[in-house]
Write a protein that binds this ligand. Sequence first.
Ligand SMILES: Cc1ncc(COP(=O)(O)O)c(C=O)c1O
Length: 377
Amino acid sequence: MAKVGMREWIAAGRAIAAGDLLRYGSHSNFTNRFEQRLSALVGAKHALTVNGGTSALICALAAAGIGPGDEVLVPAYTWMATAAAPVAVGAVPILVDIDESLTLDPSDLESKITPYTRAIIPVHMLNLPCDMDAIMAIAKKHNLLVIEDACQAVGVKYKDRYCGAIGDAGAFSFNKYKNINIGEGGALVTSDDRLFARARNYHDLGSLVRDQEATFNEPAFVGVNMRATEIEGAMLNVQLSKLQPMLNRWRKRRAIMADTLSRSKAFKVSPHNDPKNAVSLTIIFDNESDAEAFAQKHGLIRVFDTSKHIYTNWEPILCQRTFHSKMNPWDWAKRPIEYHEDMCAKTLDILKRSCRVNLAARYPTFAACIKAERMVA
Ligand SMILES: Cc1ncc(COP(=O)(O)O)c(C=O)c1O
């Protein structure tokens, strides 16, 4: 989680002093500037600031034309938003196991593809990038869209590219737990001109007012309001400047701690899909009771103990319950879809054996070294 302080306070004050908090038509251009900087950083042609990561996912799916009858592949370990987003556009989520990297298992992914699959949402959980080479190859082979959920991995690299800018579109969250933190917020990035134009249409009701007509060559369609304010735009610019230094610190810490922890015989450092760029660290035990005891002793979080991040706790999804019985995407699916608690047993087993290691990045390096040494002692 990134810290918010005096610089964000001043930035918010500047936006208020400018007197025009609606981003469209504002002369201060805080949000426009943030979008230019974000898209330049991640290497996407476009960025659109919205009011949350969930909104960014829904907006990307709507813009991509995903809807009733479509199946969207999502990991069984992610914040529930990833599985709820397809439902919001009328599609259904199909759950896929993770592997020991805590991200989508490419082999299970391929086995879950049906004639109705339209898209994959790989999730870069805990700043851990997915195996995007394998996922993009599967998507290409089966002609599927890839909408990356990079809500927990803003600024994280996978090989020479940034998470979120590898697939057809990417979603970022800027809520208080994320690498960029303004309390609540999000953004969508894409290099696809049409997807971007449709996303702009969707995030602002389809009103096609403001300056949106210029980029839209098709009839407007009904959307919702996901707009961001200039206060958010101003704070986001400050947070964006802090992102790389923070991730660099994490990367150095991760390398030092992984090196020490790899000496342990009690556990192993979990496999990572791009160790050179790694900014977060998890370890995995042979059995769940060892993981539980170790987590308790060293004050770590066992990944299984993180509530709605695990599919077995997604009650509204598992029960296929929506706000209105006639607006239920599972009724529109082209085949019966059923969920049950042990459908992704491999995921549950891995989560029960995995612990997240805090990199202690706010403390001097020696504190992190001592912590790692204690864990292998
Ligand atoms: C993996 C993942 N996807 C989506 C979201 C949704 O983001 P937001 O809370 O900004 O709507 C989150 C946020 O916690 C998340 O962790």
